[in-house]
Design a protein around this ligand. Structure first.
Ligand code: THU
Length: 149
């Protein structure tokens, strides 16, 4: 569990991160802010590519920043996404795509879950969890046989 003030901070940082979206092809701008178990917050935006399939979502940008900085236990992530230039009335809750759900799954704290916040405005968000978005998931422990003698 995390405090409401921290959730609002994550949502605010996701909005700030969205402003750095590089999305000239879809013009759909996404920002994410990820809280790790050591209390650090990593942000990310979607970064598109002229070879469309090489695009990286905001959630994975944030996840890779965290994991490559040595923070590999994710507690919560806030996500905001909408068309470029949209104002508050146009905003819808943008949930993480399937690839991002699986990517985040890798870094759930042991015996934990990850809070997922999706927001329309800095103070209008919904809360769910990664286990709700990705039930019966496949994760590192499914490969434990690799470590057996
Ligand atoms: N996108 C994200 O950044 N996160 C998601 O979970 C869904 C989609 C981005 C990818 C692409 O740049 C744009 O949104 C439209 O698909």
């Amino acid at each position: 569990m995390i405090e409401e003030t921290l959730k609002l901070e994550l949502v605010k940082k996701a909005f700030e991160a969205r402003s750095h979206s590089y999305s000239p092809y879809s013009r759909f701008q996404v920002g994410a802010a990820l809280l790790t178990s050591d209390g650090e917050i990593f942000t990310g935006a979607n970064i598109e590519n002229a070879s469309y399939g090489a695009t990286i979502c905001a959630e994975r940008t944030a996840a890779v920043k965290a994991a490559s900085s040595g923070s590999r236990e994710f507690v919560a992530i806030a996500v905001v996404g909408s068309e470029e230039g949209s104002d508050e009335q146009d905003m819808a809750y943008a949930y993480p795509c399937g690839i991002c759900r699986q990517f985040l799954r890798e870094f759930i704290a042991p015996a934990g879950d990850m809070i997922v916040l999706v927001a329309k405005t800095p103070d209008d968000y919904r809360e769910t969890s990664l286990s709700a978005l990705l039930p019966e998931s496949f994760g590192p422990s499914d490969l434990d046989y690799l470590h057996r003698e």
